[in-house]
Design a protein. Structure first.
Length: 134
């Protein structure tokens, strides 16, 4: 099993610039883009705030990395237009990827994926990273 932890980049600034209604629409849109990109057996969940968890059963981390990159490209390449027709700032995501190899618990997987996600957030955003086994 593979776990992706996905964070919407700069979401607080987006909310501050365009309002919470627009922010809610963005979260709904991101969730729908993730759902449209994955298989029916995959589980998409809002993890908190602007973060999502994606569980890919029967998938190794290397294949999960490919899925994460596909989702990242779909989201970052879509132009966002407001209700009034205004072109809004592009939406991007950061993503940490791990699988269950060597994990003793679900918390271990979450921790590993989170560490990879936070590496991405510190090193440029709009990227995906495969977690290390440390």
């Amino acid at each position: 099993m593979t776990l992706l932890m996905i964070d919407v980049d700069g979401f607080k600034n987006y909310n501050d610039s365009y309002g919470h209604q627009a922010g809610n629409r963005v979260l709904t849109w991101v969730a729908s883009q993730i759902r449209r990109t994955v298989r029916d057996i995959d589980v998409v969940a809002r993890y908190g705030g602007e973060e999502f968890a994606l569980i890919l059963p029967e998938v190794r981390a290397e294949q999960g990395l490919i899925v994460a990159e596909k989702i990242r490209k779909v989201i970052s390449s879509t132009e966002i237009i407001s209700d009034s027709g205004e072109r809004l700032a592009p939406i991007t995501i950061s993503c940490g990827v791990t699988d269950s190899t060597g994990c003793k618990s679900p918390e271990d997987m979450i921790d590993r994926a989170d560490r990879a996600l936070y590496w991405v957030k510190r090193n440029g955003r709009n990227l995906v990273r495969l977690a290390t086994l440390e």
